[in-house]
Every structure is written in structure tokens, then in C-alpha cells.
Design a protein around this ligand. Structure first.
Ligand code: HEC
Length: 406
């Protein structure tokens, strides 16, 4: 093991650790504050400027929360700001995006069978997407469209699905999923950095000057923070999707993103209504379940790369010798998936999956099937090691006949 491999493996692992922790802190505080906000109740006797009150119990103590709708009459000496959760999530996420998807663009971001582009081009398109996504979203919220939550949501949804469709025609399936996730994540963090926190600061400044702050500032921040709340579930799905090729590498991958957004928004709507003590909208679970069943059905429709797709059951009579399967896997997969990978840029067997001995190949039969037959996620990069369609059929027949050993 070289020092470079050791360093890059641990750097990746540590950034991922930080990213997940920061994300938990951010999403946790986002869920908490949306819940708190919705559960505030108005009643007689609340002080001036207080919009509502909530009682909570946690960790052995009672909390009495009140919300000043615009600002308290006097600025408290100590004020906790919630922003580093969001910034740390984005910074660590972007670092990981660079370390994997930009540094190894030909493995992760590009699929030559989708679009044969140079790594520099792919990276430029990805960065442009992140910036444009934010600019378009921000302008939409500021435009007259921003006054109607329903209209804004509908237009935003259509644009998001258009992006999903577009990116799956430019990047690999897994690359486009993480790209869309990163675009939504960037929008969410940029809202914090560019709207929510600056508006809050302006409120503080005008308070200190003895003026009454403009309520529109708080309302704009609130709108963005509600959007963030609705976007969290789809973002998390997209970020963990890369282990599940049936989602990102199947034919309807872009439509699956659309349905995941529907699920995420329905589920949040259910909880948000409940927390606001409104009648529980149980129908949202019917929507989410129907969308999930549709996703599962769509994911079984074959690989995104239609050419060479193995569809339908492979006839059981088609006997396959294990040695044929072994030859295919050794010559198309084991340059990366071995104890000592020989592929440039692959330091250790990816995800610990080694396909270099008969026993290991048999052990991973189902995973091989998922990655190389049900989808064409492997070999990566748009079939970098040029497995043939016939070879995929041989693997299909082997697994569907119970993956017998040598
Ligand atoms: C050019 C290198 C390369 C080749 C060739 C390759 N893979 Fe992979 N494989 C990877 C990388 C990189 C990952 C890790 C992806 C990730 O980070 O989630 C991976 C992951 C996997 C996984 C684990 C997926 C998961 O998320 O748990 C399986 C199974 C797999 N490959 C099977 C195959 C099969 C089968 C072949 C041959 C048909 C193959 N690979 C060829 C690079 C390769």
C-alpha cells in the first residue's frame, strides 16, 4: 500500500464522516425549527410582539419557547445563529464531490455511452449547473412567482425534472444523481448564506438603530427555510443513491428523481400538518406509497443504456460453464476489483468488492447481476473495460440459474 493510497482513502472517509455529521446537525435543526414554528400557539397574555408560544419537554427539563414575529424589543446580549451546520455540510459535501467525481470524472461522472466528454468539460458543466441552479431559483423566489407558494412549487418542480432529464443525458446515472443532489443542496445552503442570514442581520441592524425592522425580510427568510425543509428528503435520497444502481442506472432514472421529490414533499407535508395541529393528511401516505411502487416498477425496466440490455427471464436451458463467467469477470472487472487493483486511480478494491477468485465471484453473484446485467452501472464510465453484450447475457444466465460454482 502506497502512502498516496492510504492518504486518499482516509481523506475520503474523514470528509464523508464530517459531511454526514454536519448534515445531521443541519437537517436536525431545520426539522426542529419548522416543527417549533408550526406548533406555536397564540393566546391572551403573551407579551408585545410575541406571535406564539410552545411548551416542550426534553432531557429532563421543560422549555417555554416564544417567538417574536419580527424581533424582540431589545436585542439580547447573547444570540445563537444557526448557519455553520449548513455551511459545513456544503463545504464537506463539495470537498467530497471534488475528491471523487471531479478527480475521477472518467469513473464516476462521465459515461461514454451517454456522452463522450473530456473530464474538464464534465467538471465545467457540473459547476455551471450548481451556479445556474441557484441563480434561477433565487430569481424565481424574488419574481412575482415568489408570491404564490403553489405556483412557485409547480414551476420549480418542472424545472427540477427538466434538469434531472437533461443531466442523465450528459453524465453517468450516478453522476447525474449526485449532481442533482448537489444542485438542490447548493440552493439550500445559498439560501441560508444569501437570504436567511443577511435578512436576519438587517433586522438586527435596524433594531440596534431603534427602528422597526421590515417584516418582509423575515418573511423571505421563512419562505426559503420552508423550501429547505421540503427539499431535505429528496436530497438525502440522491446522496445515498450511489449504492443502488436500480435507481440511478436504470432506464427511467430521471423519472425516479421526479417521483422521489413527490414522496419527499408528501411526507414532509404530512408531518408539517400534524405539527401544526391540523387534521392529519393521511392521503399523503397513499401518494408516497404509490410513487414508491412506481419507482420500484420503473427500476426493473432495464438499464439506462438500452443497447445490450438483457430483458425478460433468461431460458433455464441455457447452461453456462462457471469458467466462462470467471473469464469474463476476471477480464472485465478484476483490474479494479482485486486485492491489488491495477487500474490507474483505483487504490484499493472499490467498496471492498473483490472479484478475483472463483469463491469471491460466486459470493458476489447477486451484486454482479445488479451492477452488470439489471443495470449497466459496472464497468463504470460507460463500460470502460468494454464488456460485450453477450458477456452480460452469460452472467445473466449464470445468476438466473442459481449461480453455481466451479
Ligand atoms: C475501472 C474500475 C472498475 C471496473 C473495471 C469495475 N468496477 Fe465495480 N466499482 C468500481 C468503483 C470505483 C466502485 C465504487 C463505487 C462507489 O464508490 O460507490 C465499484 C463498485 C462496485 C460494486 C459495489 C457497489 C456498491 O456500491 O456496493 C460492485 C458489486 C461492482 N463494482 C461490480 C463490478 C463488476 C461486476 C464489474 C465488471 C463487470 C466491475 N465492477 C468493474 C470500479 C470498477
Amino acid at each position: 500500500m502506497t502512502l498516496a493510497i492510504l492518504a486518499s482513502e482516509w481523506a475520503n472517509f474523514l470528509i464523508r464522516w464530517v459531511h454526514v455529521i454536519a448534515g445531521i446537525a443541519w437537517i436536525g435543526s431545520s426539522f426542529y425549527f419548522v416543527h417549533l414554528d408550526l406548533s406555536l400557539r397564540k393566546h391572551e397574555g403573551l407579551g408585545a410582539g410575541i406571535g406564539g408560544e410552545a411548551w416542550q419537554v426534553h432531557g429532563g427539563g421543560f422549555y417555554n419557547m416564544v417567538k417574536y414575529v419580527v424581533a424582540p424589543p431589545h436585542l439580547p446580549k447573547e444570540l445563537t445563529w444557526f448557519k455553520w451546520e449548513a455551511y459545513a455540510t456544503w463545504l464537506s459535501g463539495f470537498a467530497m464531490f471534488i475528491a471523487l467525481y471531479y478527480t475521477h470524472a472518467e469513473l464516476y461522472l462521465i459515461d461514454r455511452t451517454v456522452l463522450d466528454i473530456a473530464p474538464a468539460t464534465a467538471i465545467a458543466i457540473s459547476v455551471a449547473g450548481l451556479i445556474l441552479g441557484w441563480v434561477v431559483y433565487d430569481q424565481m423566489c424574488r419574481s412575482p412567482l415568489g408570491r404564490s407558494d403553489a405556483l412557485l412549487g409547480a414551476v420549480g418542480f418542472v424545472l427540477l425534472v427538466a434538469c434531472a432529464y437533461g443531466f442523465t443525458k450528459v453524465f453517468s446515472g450516478r453522476g447525474s444523481y449526485v449532481q442533482i443532489g448537489a444542485m438542490i443542496g447548493t440552493i439550500m445552503v445559498a439560501s441560508v448564506a444569501h437570504t436567511i442570514i443577511p435578512n436576519q442581520r438587517k433586522i438586527v441592524v435596524s433594531l440596534l438603530a431603534g427602528e422597526t425592522p421590515d417584516p418582509a425580510l423575515g418573511a423571505a427568510g421563512k419562505q426559503r427555510s420552508v423550501h429547505n425543509n421540503y427539499l431535505t428528503l429528496p436530497v438525502v435520497f440522491l446522496m445515498i443513491s450511489n449504492h443502488y444502481p436500480l435507481a440511478f442506472a436504470s432506464r427511467w432514472n430521471w423519472l425516479i428523481i421526479a417521483l422521489v421529490v413527490v414522496i419527499g414533499v408528501s411526507v414532509r407535508h404530512f408531518y408539517n400538518s400534524r405539527h401544526a395541529h391540523k387534521p392529519s393528511p393521511w392521503w399523503t401516505w397513499a401518494v408516497a406509497t404509490a410513487a414508491m411502487l412506481a419507482i420500484i416498477a420503473l427500476s426493473a425496466q432495464g438499464p439506462a443504456d438500452v443497447r445490450g440490455a438483457v430483458t425478460g427471464a433468461v431460458p433455464a436451458v441455457q447452461k453456462v460453464a462457471f469458467s466462462d463467467v470467471q473469464d469474463i469477470v476476471i477480464s472485465r472487472c478484476s483490474m479494479c476489483h482485486a486485492e491489488e487493483p491495477v487500474w490507474d486511480g483505483v487504490g484499493v478494491a472499490p467498496k471492498g468488492v473483490m472479484l478475483d477468485t472463483p469463491a469471491r465471484i460466486q459470493l458476489h453473484a447477486d451484486a454482479i447481476y445488479l451492477q452488470a446485467v439489471a443495470t449497466h452501472a459496472m464497468p463504470p464510465g460507460g463500460n470502460l473495460t468494454e464488456i460485450s453484450d453477450d458477456d452480460r447475457r452469460v452472467i445473466a444466465a449464470w445468476v438466473e440459474n442459481g449461480a453455481p460454482g466451479p
